[in-house]
Write a protein that binds this ligand. Structure first.
Ligand code: NAD
Length: 294
C-alpha cells in the first residue's frame, strides 16, 4: 500500500492560523505587536524568494515585518552595526539574517552578534548550547517543523529509531537534539558514514537533509517507516523547465514507507510557519508573558 502523504502545506496553514490568533491575543493584552526584522544582503534569487515568503507570513499573522535589503558589497562591519541597532530596537522581537551571506562576509561572526533572545533562526551558540543541554531555547525552524511533521504520523516518538542524514548546524545537528529530547534513539549519518543504506534501513523515522537529489532510494527504507524529506533540489524537468525534488526518490519511497512528506509541500511550508512561531515566542519572552503551547 502506498504511504500516507504528510501534508506539510495544510499543517503549516493550520499552525499559522493558530499563531495569528495567539499574536492577536498578545497584542490585545499588551498593546505590543510582535515584530520580525529580516536582513538580506545581495541578490541571490532563492534568498529573495525565501525572504519575501517569510515577510509575507509575518504580516499575514498580524505581526510587523521590518525588511532590510543591503547591497552585496556591504562591509561586514556595516551589517554588524545594523544587527546592533536591531538588537536595541524594542519593536523588533526577532532578527533573521538570510544565509548565505556574500563573501567576504563571515556568517558566523555576524550571526554571533544577534541577541540570543531575538535569534529566531536559533543559530547563535547560546541557543545551540541551550538546546543541547535541555534548557529553553529558540530552536532552528526547519528541525522544529520536521519534528511536528513526524508527530503527525506518530504523536509519541519515544523509543523510536531515528536516523538523520546530514550533520549541518542548521538542520542535522539541532534535529538530532530535538529527537533525543523526544526520547528517540538517534543516529546521525553523514558523508563519511559506512553503508548508509543499511543505517537507513534501521530507521522507524528517517530524516534526509543532504542536498542531493533523490539520493535515498526505496530500498533504503524500512517498510512502514516515516520519511521526512528536508532536501530542496532544483533539477532539469520537461520542456527545458526545472522542477524541485527532495533528497528522497519519492515515487519509490512511497511504495515502502508508511508515511512520507512531499517536496514541495512538506518541510518547506512548516519551516516558514516555525519562523513566525519563533517570532511569537521571542516576543512573549521579551514581554515576560508565557508563550502559548501551539
Ligand atoms: P549542508 O550542505 O550544510 O549539509 C549537508 C549534509 O549532508 C552534510 O552534513 C554532509 O555530511 C551530508 N552529506 C553530504 N553528502 C552525503 C552523502 N553522500 N551521504 C550522506 N551524507 C551526506 O546542507 P543543509 O543546510 O543541512 O541542507 C540540506 C538540504 O536541506 C539542502 O537540500 C537544503 O536546500 C535543504 N534545506 C531545506 C530547508 C527547508 O525549509 N525545506 C531548510 C534548510 C535546508
Amino acid at each position: 500500500m502506498a504511504a500516507r502523504i504528510i501534508d506539510g502545506k495544510a499543517m503549516a496553514q493550520d499552525l499559522r492560523a493558530k499563531i495569528a490568533d495567539a499574536a492577536a491575543a498578545l497584542t490585545r493584552t499588551t498593546g505590543i505587536v510582535p515584530g520580525l526584522a529580516v536582513v538580506l544582503v545581495g541578490n541571490d534569487p532563492a534568498s529573495e524568494v525565501y525572504v519575501r515568503t517569510k515577510s509575507k507570513a509575518v504580516v499575514d499573522a498580524g505581526m510587523r515585518s521590518f525588511d532590510h535589503k543591503l547591497a552585496a558589497e556591504t562591509p561586514e562591519a556595516e551589517l554588524i552595526a545594523l544587527v546592533g541597532r536591531l538588537n536595541a530596537d524594542p519593536a523588533v522581537h526577532g532578527i533573521l539574517v538570510q544565509l548565505p551571506l556574500p563573501p567576504p562576509i563571515d556568517a558566523t561572526r555576524v550571526l554571533n552578534t544577534i541577541d540570543p533572545g531575538k535569534d529566531v533562526d536559533g543559530f547563535h551558540p547560546v541557543n545551540a548550547g541551550r538546546l543541547a543541554t535541555g534548557l529553553p531555547a529558540l530552536v532552528p525552524c526547519t528541525p522544529l517543523g520536521c519534528v511536528r511533521l513526524a508527530k503527525a504520523a506518530h504523536p509519541a516518538l519515544a523509543g523510536m529509531e531515528a536516523v538523520v542524514i546530514g550533520r549541518s548546524n542548521i538542520v542535522g545537528k539541532p534535529l538530532a537534539q530535538l529527537l533525543l529530547a523526544e526520547n528517540c534513539t538517534v543516529t546521525i549519518a553523514h558523508s563519511r558514514t559506512r553503508d548508509l543504506p543499511a543505517v537507513c534501513r534501521r530507521a522507524d523515522l528517517l530524516f534526509a537533509a543532504v542536498g542531493r537529489p533523490e539520493m535515498v532510494r526505496g530500498g533504503w527504507i524500512k517498510p512502514g517507516a516515516t520519511v521526512i524529506d528536508v532536501g530542496i533540489n532544483r533539477v532539469a524537468g520537461e520542456a527545458g523547465k526545472t522542477r524541485l525534488v527532495g533528497d528522497v526518490a519519492f515515487a519509490e519511497a512511497r511504495q515502502v514507507a508508511g508515511a512520507i512528506t512531499p517536496v514541495p509541500g512538506g518541510v518547506g511550508p512548516m519551516t516558514i510557519a516555525c519562523v513566525i512561531l519563533n517570532t511569537l515566542r521571542a516576543a512573549c519572552a521579551a514581554l515576560g508573558v508565557a508563550a502559548p503551547d501551539l
